[in-house]
Design a protein around this ligand. Sequence first.
Ligand code: ZN
Ligand code: ZN
Length: 63
Amino acid sequence: MPAAVRYRLCPRCGRAVPTTSGERYCANDGARLLDACPNCGASITSPYARYCVRCGADLTPPP
Ligand SMILES: [Zn+2]
Ligand SMILES: [Zn+2]
């Protein structure tokens, strides 16, 4: 079985890219992509994640 795909998530627009893409910043708005939940460090395993599945933190808080 392949390892689970992980994603980086833009906290500004919610765009997700696979970590394998090597992108560090959002191509859309230049925000630094989240590697993991900033609150608990859980990795992001869904491209549709808006909240951390472990601690419930909002991954795309309003500015
Ligand atoms: Zn973005
Ligand atoms: Zn978390």
